[in-house]
Design a protein around this ligand. Structure first.
Ligand SMILES: NC(=O)c1ccc[n+]([C@@H]2O[C@H](COP(=O)([O-])OP(=O)(O)OC[C@H]3O[C@@H](n4cnc5c(N)ncnc54)[C@H](OP(=O)(O)O)[C@@H]3O)[C@@H](O)[C@H]2O)c1
Length: 203
């Protein structure tokens, strides 16, 4: 059985997007800085069915390729789905589970890469695990991580830490109230423009 892992790029002060994020301002004010490392190297990593090609350092490419290979399903929240314009129908990981209160009917059709889950994060993780088989389920948005953490369903947290202070925006570890989570560091890899951190959630 694969693991439930989380992976996102975060600023040193804990934001995954700047303020005022939306469809015309995907990563919010100043937030594009978070993704500079995706486009400033010389090693190509195709994603989204080859619709997008990242250009990262050789070290980061190894890490990204390992994450892609080990992932058997992904889970995102509806805000990211909308902000990303449904990735034009080519999400960064398939099958792609979207947690939402309302199903966008235009994406319910033969060949759609999306599975919409309206009965919560635990259900999404259960369905994604079935689809992933021996591979990992990758969670990639803050609200889903927060709920999965509180439900005790996250095995590992991977953060691509970017040396910038955004000051405001979408905070990754929000809404966790006073719950304390013990983590064991399993990775700390320096690469140009980013530090790849990994933690196991101690249960
Ligand atoms: N830095 C990075 O690596 C990175 C990567 C991806 C995204 N981002 C950024 O992350 C931000 C979005 O994160 P977010 O946490 O605000 O939103 P999100 O997780 O993408 O989506 C939240 C939405 O998902 C739906 N949802 C969540 N939990 C639910 C539940 N239990 N039941 C039913 N529906 C549920 C709700 O939408 P409805 O009520 O409308 O259905 C909710 O408003 C954006 O700024 C995006 O650009 C950053």
């Amino acid at each position: 059985m694969g693991k439930v892992v989380f992976n996102m790029t975060m600023s040193l002060d804990g934001f995954v997007a700047g303020p005022n994020d939306g469809p015309d301002n995907g990563l919010g004010d100043g937030g594009d800085r978070l993704f500079d490392w995706y486009f400033s190297g010389d090693t190509e990593v195709p994603i989204s069915d080859g619709q997008m090609v990242l250009k990262v350092s050789a070290r980061s490419a190894e890490i990204l390729k390992e994450a892609i290979t080990s992932s058997g399903a992904g889970i995102w929240g509806r805000r990211t789905f909308d902000i990303a314009g449904a990735w034009g129908g080519h999400p960064p990981g398939t099958p792609c589970f979207i947690v939402t209160h309302t199903v966008p009917q235009e994406w319910v059709k033969d060949g759609s890469p999306f599975v919409f889950v309206t009965d919560g994060v635990e259900s999404a993780i259960r369905q994604a695990k079935e689809a992933a088989g021996d591979k990992n389920v990758a969670i990639s948005t803050p609200s889903i991580l927060q709920q999965a953490l509180k439900a005790g369903l996250v095995d590992e947290i991977y953060i691509d830490l970017v040396p910038v202070l955004l000051g405001d925006g979408v905070r990754l570890f929000d809404n966790l109230e006073t719950t304390q989570f013990e983590l064991e560091r399993i990775r700390a890899i320096e690469a140009p423009g980013v530090t790849h951190l990994g933690f196991r959630v101690v249960k």
